[in-house]
Design a protein around this ligand. Structure first.
Ligand SMILES: *[C@@H]1O[C@H](CO)[C@@H](O)[C@H](O)[C@H]1NC(C)=O
Ligand SMILES: *[C@@H]1O[C@H](CO)[C@@H](O)[C@H](O)[C@H]1NC(C)=O
Ligand SMILES: *[C@@H]1O[C@H](CO)[C@@H](O)[C@H](O)[C@H]1NC(C)=O
Ligand SMILES: *[C@@H]1O[C@H](CO)[C@@H](O)[C@H](O)[C@H]1NC(C)=O
Ligand SMILES: *[C@@H]1O[C@H](CO)[C@@H](O)[C@H](O)[C@H]1NC(C)=O
Ligand SMILES: *[C@@H]1O[C@H](CO)[C@@H](O)[C@H](O)[C@H]1NC(C)=O
Ligand SMILES: *[C@@H]1O[C@H](CO)[C@@H](O)[C@H](O)[C@H]1NC(C)=O
Ligand SMILES: *[C@@H]1O[C@H](CO)[C@@H](O)[C@H](O)[C@H]1NC(C)=O
Ligand SMILES: *[C@@H]1O[C@H](CO)[C@@H](O)[C@H](O)[C@H]1NC(C)=O
Ligand SMILES: *[C@@H]1O[C@H](CO)[C@@H](O)[C@H](O)[C@H]1NC(C)=O
Ligand SMILES: *[C@@H]1O[C@H](CO)[C@@H](O)[C@H](O)[C@H]1NC(C)=O
Ligand SMILES: *[C@@H]1O[C@H](CO)[C@@H](O)[C@H](O)[C@H]1NC(C)=O
Ligand SMILES: [Cu+2]
Length: 578
């Protein structure tokens, strides 16, 4: 179903969306080695009639698309030509024994400073699907991001209809101001950051914004074909609903793992998540144009960007009478209400692993260590002896088990590997909250968080069960938690406080969805399991960037195993220093 919109005449001049990539494949064992060059440089970009100089890769916005096959090695040389420190994260890549290439600044590496170069060098093992790469320092990922597409090995088909074409659809968030100034201001005042001015599809806000009709992503299709849309949410602070008017979508993959296919008109995608959908076009030329739109799913109390990004789905006219296009009716999808948590719950419940012989779901059946982490917002005292703009004159903070994580001045992985962790981190992150309370009930009087740089230490091959429990301290809110270095299985979720006696019995240990980023339900909990079979230091954080800035993050330290192939590899010689 859709609503009819008047068609702006400017649509006759669509913007083009072109990725240019630099690939020099060379033969290596198993797969090939693919070389990319990322030059970090400033570029003037105009959207919504505002021009700003922003940090980009190779001057492109969004950045270049990386395409590889399962089994390939990626060697990406990053040269920093800007004043900002930079690091790049390959979101969802397992980085088996190559934590040095994972990218979060001050976790697995010191940042690449102005004039410096660092080569990210890793293989893609046992993964295929849609992922993305993005800057992993401060808020630079607002402009430094792009698709990372892993095709199956040569000759291995998809477990679904072979698509006629594959199209990345990457959502972003645009500020007319410099996003670094936005987060810097928020950290000084203690208040919420200025909200974005637009959402984008492949860098374009689209025709529903002022001064933006020309900057609209357009997907031209032929009737009766199947298109694979590789949806990526690279927005900073907003989960998004997405729909295409008068078309249904078949979900086939989430976070680069195949899922049992299901049809839906709307998908929900959190920052850090990716979703592959099949779009079957109509069998006839429909003599209409269709909008694809996205707008946020909002559970928190603060202000947010309540705007809608739109792209266009256009059928190629069989008669080549393109001038007549202007007169075609335009349909707009109807998205769920901004606060439609029941849609969110139903959607996440539909996601199931394929769990067949070719793509088994290796869910840990026994658990070695159990963890219970509360996630949510809190407050810090006003630091500058004035009234801050957080709740009651405080500063906003966020925490896991009431620990607001403080990044060190050097990288955690380096200090671990070289045995220099003293004064950098302590290995005592609490495995459950020190103060228990009704997490989703009336908030406690004291909303202050503690802070520290604390890690959980896990022996190699520990089977972990982790309950992530939302708190309502400053209002219940959905938090998309992202784990580096692993995929995990989402074995259960619910509302209210997790009850181990009642809820554990209902866990799905057969075909739970496997992913790297999961939404902790607003006012609820989610249970995940993973096998700690990757030695290194692995960041876990809310992928709402402002929550990460406020401290909703921690790290796991997975120790080496006994066998030679169970050990973290030595650091590359060009690893940046702090
Ligand atoms: C961006 O525009 C400004 C003002 O026009 C100009 O001075 C600057 O050189 C431009 N920067 C780039 C990277 O093109
Ligand atoms: C990448 O890593 C492999 C394996 O350690 C090594 O053989 C290769 O020389 C590295 N390539 C670069 C460009 O550093
Ligand atoms: C944030 O918004 C306020 C109010 O509109 C404005 O005064 C301020 O300059 C903005 N901050 C940044 C960094 O753009
Ligand atoms: C577009 O501009 C008009 C006139 O300035 C304003 O009333 C309207 O709110 C703006 N719309 C958006 C989406 O910014
Ligand atoms: C969001 O914007 C729509 C119009 O686009 C408006 O009807 C609605 O009230 C707004 N909601 C909030 C919570 O601001
Ligand atoms: C969602 O928002 C609508 C309108 O703002 C409100 O009437 C409704 O109670 C809200 N629903 C939930 C579940 O918060
Ligand atoms: C902090 O504020 C108090 C009360 O306004 C004032 O007496 C005190 O001098 C201030 N301290 C500093 C270091 O500014
Ligand atoms: C702010 O103060 C009011 C009134 O004293 C209180 O009801 C509320 O809980 C406080 N909020 C926080 C976040 O401390
Ligand atoms: C926690 O608070 C909620 C909401 O007020 C309430 O329904 C629930 O019974 C409380 N749970 C416990 C264990 O007190
Ligand atoms: C919170 O503060 C109120 C008012 O000061 C007090 O009556 C209440 O007992 C306190 N609650 C807790 C859990 O300490
Ligand atoms: C961490 O906590 C200590 C003790 O409460 C406090 O003095 C310090 O300001 C906090 N640091 C940050 C960055 O919040
Ligand atoms: C860049 O990183 C280095 C090493 O951590 C640090 O000393 C320096 O202050 C940073 N520079 C900026 C501009 O943040
Ligand atoms: Cu969060």
């Amino acid at each position: 179903m859709g609503v009819l919109l008047p068609l702006p005449s400017l649509l006759a001049f669509p913007s083009l969306f072109l990725f240019s990539v630099i690939i020099f494949p060379s033969v290596a064992q198993g797969g090939v080695t693919r070389h990319y060059h990322f030059e970090i440089k400033n570029q003037n970009v105009t959207r919504l009639c505002h021009t700003k100089s922003m940090v980009t890769v190779n001057g492109q916005f969004p950045g270049p698309k990386i395409v590889a096959r399962e089994g390939d090695r990626l060697v990406i040389k990053v040269v920093n030509h800007v004043h900002n420190n930079i690091s790049i994260h390959w979101h969802g890549i397992r980085q088996l024994r190559t934590g040095w290439a994972d990218g979060p600044a001050y976790v697995t590496q010191c940042p690449i400073q102005t004039g410096q170069t660092y080569v990210y060098n890793y293989t893609i093992v046992g993964q295929r699907g849609t992922l993305f790469w993005h800057a992993h320092i401060s808020w630079l990922r607002s402009t430094v991001y792009g698709p990372l597409i892993i095709l199956p090995k040569h000759g291995v088909p998809y477990p679904f209809t072979k698509p006629y074409k594959e199209v990345p659809i990457i959502f972003g968030e645009w500020w007319n101001a410099d996003p670094e100034a936005v987060i810097s201001q928020a950290q000084q005042t203690g208040g919420g950051p200025n909200v974005s001015d637009a959402y984008t599809i492949n860098g374009f806000p689209g025709l529903l914004y002022n001064c933006s009709a020309k900057d609209t992503f357009k997907l031209k299709v032929k009737p009766g074909r199947t298109y694979l849309l590789r949806l990526i949410n690279a927005a900073l602070n907003d989960e998004l609903f997405f729909s295409i008017a008068n078309h249904s979508l078949k979900v086939v993959e989430a976070d680069a793992i195949y899922v049992k296919p299901f049809e839906t008109n709307t998908i929900l995608i959190a920052p850090g998540q990716t979703t592959n959908v099949l779009l079957k076009t109509k069998s006839y030329y429909p003599k209409a144009t269709f909008l694809m739109t996205a707008r946020p799913y909002v559970t928190g109390l603060g202000t947010f960007d309540n705007s809608t990004v739109a792209g266009i789905l256009e059928y190629e006219s069989p008669s080549k009478e393109s001038l007549h296009l202007k007169k075609l009716p335009l349909f707009k999808p109807i998205l769920p209400a901004l606060n439609d948590t029941s849609f969110a719950t139903n959607f996440s419940n539909k996601l199931r692993s394929l769990a067949n012989a070719q793509f088994p779901a290796n869910v840990p059946q026994k658990v070695d260590k159990r963890f219970f982490f509360t996630v949510g917002l809190g407050t810090n005292p006003c630091q500058n002896n004035q009234t801050c703009q957080g709740p009651n004159g405080t500063m906003f903070a966020a925490s896991i088990n009431n620990v607001s994580f403080i990044l060190p001045n050097t990288a955690l992985l380096q200090s671990h590997y070289f045995g220099q962790s003293n004064g950098v981190y302590s290995p005592n992150f609490p495995s459950s909250p020190l103060n228990q309370f009704n997490y989703t009930g009336t908030p406690p009087n004291n909303t202050m968080v503690s802070n520290g740089t604390k890690l959980v230490v896990l022996p190699f091959n520990t089977s972990v069960e982790l309950i992530l429990q939302d708190t309502s301290i400053l209002g219940a809110e959905s938090h998309p938690l992202h784990l580096h270095g692993f995929n995990f299985f989402v074995v259960g979720q619910g509302f209210g406080n997790f009850d181990p006696n009642k809820d554990s019995a209902n866990f799905n240990l057969v075909d739970p969805v496997e992913r790297n980023t999961v939404g902790v339900p607003s006012g609820g909990w989610v249970a995940i399991r993973f096998l700690a079979d990757n030695p290194g230091v692995w960041f876990m954080h809310c992928h709402l960037e402002i929550h990460t800035s406020w401290g909703l993050k921690m790290a796991w330290l997975v120790l080496d195993g006994k066998l030679p192939n169970q050990k973290l590899l030595p650091p590359p010689s060009d690893l940046p220093m702090c």
